[in-house]
Design a protein. Structure first.
Ligand code: KG4
Ligand code: ZN
Length: 330
């Protein structure tokens, strides 16, 4: 049985986890920087990088203590090498390199998106390739046909904002807190989803991609008009996002040539209304719907350790010269 140490530091969560090749999470530790970024209404890269330096090694030590293991017990060290805020990525990757060198263990440089893409297989060990993945986070909005480890066919991406970014910007426009997604979800529960007329960019078109910029501008005009309540705008915005996600995913399911399941991952998958709309879509296609538990949907190190375990099983390890990458498409 292999044991992998996973490290994550690409955005505003610092995390360390120990995961086995059989998909058992032995321990996972996470520190969020939300409070440090809240006064600025978004993630400040310089603050994030410094906070990762402070938090990462104590989390690694805590993860080992929890699992009653030491560095000598692991088979490999997997660290996020991108994409993300480069200062933070460098902290995690250099830490991974140093630990790998000190303990004479292999290093595995994990693409953060691959971590999200494979995390459903950690949640559900029976999930077989190929599956259709809707990856919806603060930085990404993509439909991927996951065909194997390292084999991803991108069917759609966003031509402007990511879905989570749209939630965060809407929250800011409406004067709700940061991070915006959970705040918009709460307000939406009190509002009327048909209260504000909003566009559904690209819905019904043969273009496979996502677009949220026009929706964001329409939300801004609605907020400035003074005609609508915050709750109604939040509910109508959420309904518009759901229509976009469902329509684009429906199109991809029809065109993707057969998949074993519809899978959703990324922070926006924490939204209950979005989850349930996607679950209904999967049922219409007679497919199982897989959504990892919420803690595994948002950024964490267990998914990086697991992607490392999947790569390690295939002998996919990296050299010490592997670079940290701010951009790294799957
Ligand atoms: O995957 P994640 O933790 O980090 C990235 O890699 O981006 O996703 C964070 C994003 C943020 O934009 C946040 O507003 C959004 O996920 N989010 C939500 C909810 N919880 C988090 N969006 C909608 N509804 C939620 N409940
Ligand atoms: Zn992420």
């Amino acid at each position: 049985m292999s044991i992998i140490l996973g490290l994550e530091s690409s955005c505003d969560e610092t995390a360390a986890a120990l995961v086995t090749g059989e998909g058992v999470v032995l321990s996972h530790k996470l520190a969020t920087q939300e409070a440090q970024h809240r006064p600025y209404g978004g993630v400040v890269p310089e603050i994030a990088a410094r906070a990762h330096v402070d938090a990462l090694m104590p989390l690694v030590e805590a993860a080992f203590a929890d699992a009653q293991l030491t560095l000598a017990d692991v088979d490999a060290i997997a660290a996020t090498a991108g994409p993300g805020l480069i200062g933070g990525v460098m902290v995690g990757l250099v830490t991974g390199k140093a630990l790998a060198h000190a303990a004479c263990k292999p290093l595995i440089a994990v693409n953060h998106l691959e971590g999200h893409a494979l995390s459903p297989r950690l949640a559900d060990r029976d999930l077989a390739f190929p599956y259709l993945l809707l990856l919806v986070s603060g930085g990404h909005c993509q439909l991927l046909r996951v065909e194997g480890v390292g084999q991803y066919r991108r069917l759609a991406t966003t031509i402007d904002d990511a879905a989570g970014e749209a939630f965060d910007k809407t929250a800011k426009l409406l004067g709700l807190g940061y991070p915006g997604g959970p705040e918009v979800e709460k307000a939406a529960l009190r509002g009327d989803a048909k209260g504000v007329p909003l566009p559904r960019p690209l819905v019904g078109t043969s273009d496979p991609h996502f677009s949220f910029a026009g929706l964001k501008s329409a939300v801004m005009r609605a907020a400035q008009s003074g005609k609508y309540t915050t709750d109604d705008i939040a509910a109508s915005f959420t309904a518009a996002v759901i229509d976009c996600l469902v329509d684009r995913t429906d199109r991809a399911l029809r065109e993707s040539g057969g998949v074993s399941a519809l899978v959703v991952a990324g922070g926006v998958a924490a939204n209950r209304a979005i989850r349930s709309a996607l679950e209904q879509l999967a049922a219409r296609h007679d497919l199982p719907f897989v959504a990892p538990p919420l803690w595994l949907c948002t950024d964490n190190a267990a998914m990086i350790g697991w992607a490392g375990a999947e790569r390690y099983a295939l002998g996919l390890i990296d050299g010490m010269d592997v670079p940290a990458r701010p951009r790294w498409p799957l």
